[in-house]
Design a protein around this ligand. Structure first.
Ligand code: ZN
Length: 531
């Protein structure tokens, strides 16, 4: 039997843009739209033309996407005609391949929020869909609060959906706007809807307020819906929308779906999924969720020694899918619980060739255990582990020495009489027999130290110009005034590669210094900088 086509509709740029703290510029929107297109998404919803200048600009030009570029907006206002509604006019004028209307489908909302009658709401749906269809565009209707509406008044909810379908809407999208529906309810209600509207015209738009937006989307597909709406990384207001980054691999890799359905994302495009997910986080200046299913750094990370040795024999023993299918990688954590097999596997991944009976492996394991006992955490700091391994195996050049550093914090009144705290760092390094001195001011002592350290590394400067600190985490271990501080620093270079380094000391500046040094040296090693 030929697989049935399932369509993916992305609303990162519209519903995802509702996320607290997210504010996309026009440039961001164009970059993300292109990324979604490259990923093989069928529909890209760009925004709400007429509602704000960015979205109006976005739809002022043809964006030439392979995907169906979709504009979103409301059906005509009650009591107005379609020709006398500026909002609707802006939508119809948008340079979009499709128009997605949102309309009420819960009679309670029609009465209370819209202050109109059920009949007028139905007429508004019919008129608006009809007007958009007449422009030759593909039309979708988002039925807002469909599941709550259906529970309250199934006849009315269904009448709203049917009104749009009868007017020629390509898709009737059932929205769980409050995000409170559960998978078995979604499955039942969608099953009822497709008795009236063919499933290949029905979509699901789920929110994640009970952490089940992905499950609800899959339940709708099981019941017959053939379009899934969602966002990258589950972006969206409150708890977010259905996460396409989890849905796509599930559809592609789980036989229940993969055998029955086909989506626009090819196997090759699937391999770019982890990268797409991380790129969005970068644009939002967020550290990617390590525990994100499929694409997170920890999604295929194994800690305990016996699991690691089994994985070495056959990865299927502890992995539900192969990480490379989604562009992720297997990670065997080196930790105090780890056995020799973790260390061996990690060395192999790094590309360090060592005989498995080499005495230095046990030596490395001992050093790892010793250092973890005083607070280092190598499972979270892959780059520091790699440097440690290379040092034990005698393969890290001594690029430069820091002869001394000095960090000052001063609180004083500035020129306009405001109280300010200023940090100043001075670093003296020796590169190639030459002593270089750099000073920098920073927003805090670690920032100042980082800036001073990277300001002038002589002949190595060119290798670290693209180096950037992307995350900084501090943890105080074992409490009290005798506490030890662990600092984890995540860095990134111009190619987008990320790595994490660790430092431990009773002094937070010293711990940060160690992690910063490891990050720079790691970058030099990776870049093949000459000793
Ligand atoms: Zn929504």
């Amino acid at each position: 039997m030929a697989p049935e086509r399932l369509y993916l509709f992305d609303t990162t740029l519209r519903d995802g843009a509702q996320t607290n703290g997210v504010d996309f510029t026009l440039g961001d929107k164009l970059t993300i739209a292109k990324m979604l297109d490259d990923l093989g998404i069928d529909y890209v919803e760009g925004g709400y033309p007429g509602a704000n200048p960015t979205d109006t600009q976005l739809f002022a030009e043809d964006r030439n996407l392979g995907a169906t570029f979709t504009a979103f907006g409301m059906t005509r206002r009650p009591g107005r005609s379609t020709s006398n509604d500026p909002g609707l006019a802006a939508l119809l004028e948008a340079k979009a391949d499709a128009i997605c209307f949102v309309a009420k489908s819960w009679d309670y909302h029609v009465r209370v929020a819209l202050e109109t009658t059920p009949e007028e709401n139905l007429a508004s749906i019919r008129d608006s869909v009809g007007a958009a269809v007449a422009t030759g565009r593909e039309v979708l209707l988002d039925c807002e609060h469909f599941f709550d509406g259906y529970k309250a008044n199934p006849q009315f909810a269904l009448a709203c959906a049917k009104a749009a379908y009868d007017q020629g809407a390509r898709w009737i999208v059932l929205c769980d706007t409050n995000g409170g529906a559960l998978p078995h309810e979604v499955e039942t209600v969608v099953g009822e809807v497709i008795k009236l509207i063919p499933g290949d015209h029905v979509g699901i738009h789920a929110h994640n307020d009970t952490e089940q937006a992905v499950a609800n989307s899959l339940a709708a597909v099981r019941a017959g819906a053939r379009q899934i709406q969602g966002t990258l990384n589950g972006l969206g207001e409150r708890c977010g929308n259905a996460n396409l980054v989890s849905i796509i691999p599930t559809l592609k890799l789980k036989p229940e779906f993969a055998d029955r359905f086909e989506i626009g994302v090819s196997d090759a495009q699937l391999k770019s999924l982890a990268h797409a997910s991380h790129t969005l986080d970068e644009m939002l200046n967020r550290a990617p969720n390590r525990h994100a299913p499929y694409v997170g750094e920890s999604a295929f990370a194994t800690k305990a020694g016996i699991h690691a040795s089994a994985i070495m024999k056959d990865p299927a023993t502890y992995e539900h899918v192969s990480p490379d299918r989604v562009g992720n990688r297997r990670k065997l954590l080196v930790s105090d619980q780890a056995g020799k097999s973790n260390v061996l596997a990690e060395l192999e991944r790094i590309g360090l060739k060592v005989d498995k009976d080499d005495a230095r492996i046990m030596q490395l394991l001992d050093v790892v255990k010793e250092r973890e006992a005083i607070g280092y955490a190598y499972e979270a700091a892959d780059a520091s582990f790699e440097l440690l391994a290379r040092r034990v195996l005698g393969k890290v050049p001594n690029y430069f020495d820091v002869e001394k550093f000095d960090v000052n914090i001063e609180q004083r009144d500035n020129a306009v009489g405001q109280r300010v705290t200023v940090s100043l760092a001075v670093v003296k390094v020796k590169v190639d027999g030459e002593t270089l001195m750099s000073a920098a001011e920073g927003i805090g002592p670690v920032n100042a130290l980082d800036l001073a350290l990277r300001k002038d590394l002589g002949k190595y400067q060119g290798y670290i110009n693209g180096l950037e600190l992307t995350d900084y985490r501090v943890r105080i271990l074992n409490g009290g005034t005798e506490a030890v501080t662990r600092v984890l620093i995540e860095s990134q270079d111009e190619s987008g590669e990320r790595w994490t380094t660790v430092g431990v000391s009773p002094n937070i500046i010293d711990a940060s210094f160690q992690a910063l040094m490891d990050s720079i040296v790691y970058k030099l090693v990776r870049s093949g900088a000459p000793a």
